[in-house]
Design a protein around this ligand. Structure first.
Ligand SMILES: Nc1ncnc2c1ncn2[C@@H]1O[C@H](COP(=O)(O)OP(=O)(O)OP(=O)(O)O)[C@@H](O)[C@H]1O
Length: 850
């Protein structure tokens, strides 16, 4: 399912002439007119986070109509009213704007698409020296225009979102939609096989069914096919997903006819037979395929089932039954060097990868467990998996299991479409790639079956020799594939799957490690991606530290990389604005894509290009000569990234009132600091726990409250707390921290401290965080994830950490620079925690007094 999108009420509208952008499509636009340049500068370059604008098609660019009150437009064209067909008029509910003097009218269509800017690059025009922006957008979702007005040099619209609303998302899972999408996929596969037989390319449509979310599948197909403006506008107007699927399916059928999909069948079948013979199918599969071919030959092309049988046989012919990448002799010394050069730190993880590769060199066909990298987002799990593939000279594909809810997603749909694995193998074209099973902990079951069963078959060396995909209907040998998996936590991986894997824990990074990773890896990569070099832009170490402290709170480096990219984008704009920027060099002009180049010659103000796949970034650095590099300082940081998102006073502000304590928990995002809030209101003595919580944490809250009550009533542990402060009150415990789901017993100690703070009306220390499970007797038990938790404390500027003394041994793996900044306070009993958590200790009745 596509990500949900929250649109603002008002969007700036970029004039793109009669071009239609559809959701899911990547689109490159050349902005040269003053209005579009100022839109890019004001809406995209100065607002780092959103980068959202609207694109409305113009049904033919300009009309010369004597109309008072119209606004001038920046395009050229002819009168839509005179030229348009009835059909166009129906689909074009255009807005008219003008001025008294100008007689030009822009016929804006009233449905558009919100687009997110993914990349902005700059050119300086050779002759005039004016700045031109090349912006890569991604279409997000449809909107309709309530009101359109001109705001300075460009238009803005008050909008109403049309799809990716709650209703729209529910619609994606409806049974009839799934049926429509299946029909679409079958037709898509027919079209692909027709294109392949005719040796034509489909603009990348062959990768669509397996990789694109269902709600944008039809849109992307229509955008990539050579459909007319009217067809694209009609698609834009189709808010109903079923209508979109049936329009796209119709279009495909028309294309098939155009390519002669239904003509020349004798020729087709002969070509198919040749492809099948060359596919290297094992003997029994070949027997099955030949039977199918004989059946096909007996059928009439218009007979029902003919097309799907032909597509199926084509699919069999395209699978890499034998074709494999040649595995080269591993040079272990070179592998070690590259592993160290490409990945900073993580010595233990790199050692485990090295040992895995060395073991392969010794015994190629040895059965090994599947490596599973487990850790928070952005710590390099995917990067390690692709390193393994590159070292072995194998192709690499990643299959996201986060979206898999149904066994059939892995195993395929009978008679309709293959599962993710077999489809992935067809795309990669070899039978021995490295396949990354990404987010294996997120593969969940529903009423339609448990994907874990299919994954078991995939990962088990006994079974995967004869993997059964329901669409394929014959076994496929997966034993040559190297599987690698990633997960955020082992707890959610199904035990039988976990049994077949070797877990490599990838912990979060310390601030010092993040600085090193940024300086050595992220900054050079980000500069390259934005066409810059160190001659233009330098981000000093001190600035990187500020970015880490003030703009990120993560265990990995994803946000850090995003922030560095934002700085690079802003710097690219500044560089181009400087007076000493010189015209585009010959080198860069060669790099500009031929399509855009052709259009540049036409002096057009606005040029657009649908990007079929990943965009190549062109090195614009060479376009400019600057006297000195641009250095990102603190002032620029705030200008580009906005005011700091995180300060060092957060803990102090949060514990300003009694009833709040600071805990360390482990979530899917690594260790986290958790401010637990307790409150007592008049009631019947019930306990209410709120936040995104699992059952274990709720049970911990119950144990914590029982322990406080027992200690108060039976052993009179707290001389300063009156029993009537608790009796007749409902206790409310809240775990703020956004939408981060939590479930672990390690919050018990924090819960008790919050309750004791509430009842005694004493504030806890703002520099102290704690973690630990406890028994009803108040004894502390060891908990997991201590390293992640200590790193989280360090991100929040916490100075003291209380933990069960039996966890002390786990700290050996924490980097010494982190430990040297922390006071570690081991505790055996809950009383020890309370002693340490409050300023000046906590007055407890001594055991001898009982
Ligand atoms: N130790 C490291 N050295 C160099 N670069 C790193 C290191 N760790 C992470 N990176 C970089 O950080 C970025 C994010 O890494 P990657 O996507 O591999 O993380 P991940 O753990 O797979 O995240 P997710 O769970 O979100 O997929 C990549 O650009 C990666 O190269």
């Amino acid at each position: 399912m596509a990500e949900s999108v929250k649109l603002p009420d008002r969007l700036a509208i970029l004039y793109c002439g009669n071009t239609v952008l559809l959701p899911g499509v990547l689109f490159r636009i050349r902005c040269a007119s003053p209005s579009s340049v100022s839109l890019v500068e004001q809406e995209l370059c100065q607002r780092e986070e959103k980068g959202l604008i609207g694109i409305l098609p113009v049904c033919d660019a300009v009309a010369e109509v004597p109309s008072a009150g119209t606004m001038p437009s920046s395009g050229t064209g002819t009168n839509l009213g005179e030229r348009s067909s009835e059909n166009q008029k129906e689909t074009s509910d255009s807005h008219k704007h003008g001025s008294e003097n100008q007689q030009e009218v822009i016929h804006w269509h009233n449905t558009g698409v919100a687009a997110q800017a993914l990349q902005v690059s700059i050119e300086v025009e050779k002759t005039s020296g004016r700045v031109i922006y090349l912006v890569v957008f991604k279409g997000l979702c449809r909107f309709s225009v309530r009101e359109l007005s001109k705001r300075g040099p460009y238009y803005t619209a008050w909008i109403t979102p049309l799809d990716m609303t709650k209703a729209g998302k529910d619609e994606v899972t409806a049974a009839d939609i799934i049926e429509f999408s299946r029909k679409f996929k079958v037709t898509a596969m027919e079209l692909i096989s027709v294109l392949e037989e005719r040796q034509k390319t489909g603009g990348g449509i062959e990768v669509l069914p397996g990789t694109v979310p269902m709600c944008t599948l039809a849109d992307i197909f229509v955008a990539r096919s050579e459909s007319s403006f009217e067809e694209q506008v009609s698609m834009l107007d189709s808010v109903d997903l079923k209508v979109r699927f049936s329009k796209a399916t119709e279009l495909m059928r028309a294309l098939m006819e155009e390519f002669g999909g239904n003509d020349g069948d004798d020729y087709d079948v002969a070509a198919l037979e040749r492809r099948m013979q060359d596919a290297g199918m094992p003997a029994d599969i070949w027997k099955h395929a030949r039977r199918g071919l004989r059946g096909l030959k007996k059928m009439q092309p218009l007979q029902s089932g003919y097309d799907s049988l032909r597509v199926y046989l084509g699919f069999l012919a395209d699978l890499p039954w034998q074709k494999a990448s040649e595995e080269w002799e591993l040079d272990l010394k070179a592998v070690k060097e590259r592993l160290d050069n490409e990945h900073y730190g993580l010595v233990k993880v790199k050692q485990q990868i090295f040992e895995y590769l060395a073991a392969r060199k010794l015994k190629l066909d040895a059965r090994r467990p599947v490596l599973c990298f487990v850790g928070p987002p952005g710590v390099g799990k995917t990067s390690f998996a692709s390193f393994i593939a590159a070292s072995l000279g194998r192709k690499f594909i990643s299959i996201s299991l986060g979206v898999v809810k149904d066994e059939a997603d892995i195993r395929g749909h009978r008679g309709t479409s293959p599962g993710l694995l077999i489809d992935g193998l067809k795309r990669v074209g070899v039978c021995n790639p490295v396949i990354l099973l990404d987010e294996i902990d997120k593969a969940r079951s529903d009423v339609r079956g448990d994907p874990a069963y299919a994954l078991l078959e995939v990962l088990d060396p006994e079974w995967n020799k004869t993997f059964n995909d329901c669409y394929l209907n014959v076994p496929f040998d997966l034993s040559k594939v190297i599987f690698v998996a990633t997960a955020n936590t082992v707890q959610s991986i199904r035990p039988p799957l976990l049994d077949r894997m070797e877990v490599i824990e990838v912990p979060g990074y310390t601030p010092a490690e993040k600085v090193r990773i940024a300086m050595r890896h992220l900054i050079p990569r980000v500069l390259e991606q934005h066409g810059l070099s160190f001659d233009f832009l330098q981000i000093p170490e001190a600035t990187v530290k500020l970015v880490i402290q003030r703009y990120t709170r993560e265990a990995g480096v994803c946000d850090l990389e995003r922030n560095l990219a934002a700085l690079a984008r802003a710097a690219a704009v500044r560089v181009a604005e400087q007076d000493h920027a010189v015209p585009l060099s010959k080198y860069v002009r060669q790099l500009v894509s031929p399509l855009l180049d052709g259009r540049l010659a036409g002096e057009g103000e606005m040029e657009t290009e649908v990007i079929p796949s990943k965009v190549d970034n062109h090195d614009i650095s060479n376009a400019f000569r600057v006297s000195s590099p641009f250095i990102v300082d603190e002032a620029m940081l705030e200008k580009v990234l906005g005011p700091p998102r995180y300060g060092d006073r957060e803990a102090a502000d949060r514990v300003a009132n009694a009833g709040v304590s600071i805990g360390l928990v482990r979530t899917l995002f690594g260790g986290e600091v958790q401010f637990v809030q307790a409150d007592a209101l008049v009631g019947k003595g019930d306990l209410h726990v709120t936040g995104q919580l699992g059952d274990v944490i709720k049970e911990s809250a119950q144990i914590a409250l029982s322990w406080v009550k027992l200690s108060l009533v039976w052993i009179c542990l707290f001389p300063n707390i009156e029993i009537n402060l608790i009796q007749g009150r409902d206790i409310h415990i809240h775990f703020p921290a956004g939408a981060v789901p939590k479930d672990a017993p390690s919050a018990a100690v924090t819960l008790v401290t919050a309750l004791v703070s509430l009842f005694s009306q004493r504030r806890v220390r703002a520099d102290t965080a704690m973690t630990g499970e406890m028994t009803l007797m108040g004894l502390l038990l060891p908990v997991g994830g201590i390293i992640d938790k200590v790193l989280a404390a360090c991100r929040y500027g916490i100075k003291r950490v209380i933990l069960p003394d039996r966890n002390l041994k786990d700290l050996v793996q924490v980097p010494s620079d982190v430990l040297s900044n922390l006071e570690i306070l081991p505790a055996k009993r809950m009383e020890d925690v309370l002693e340490q958590a409050f300023e000046g200790g906590f007055p407890l009745r001594q055991h001898s007094e009982f």
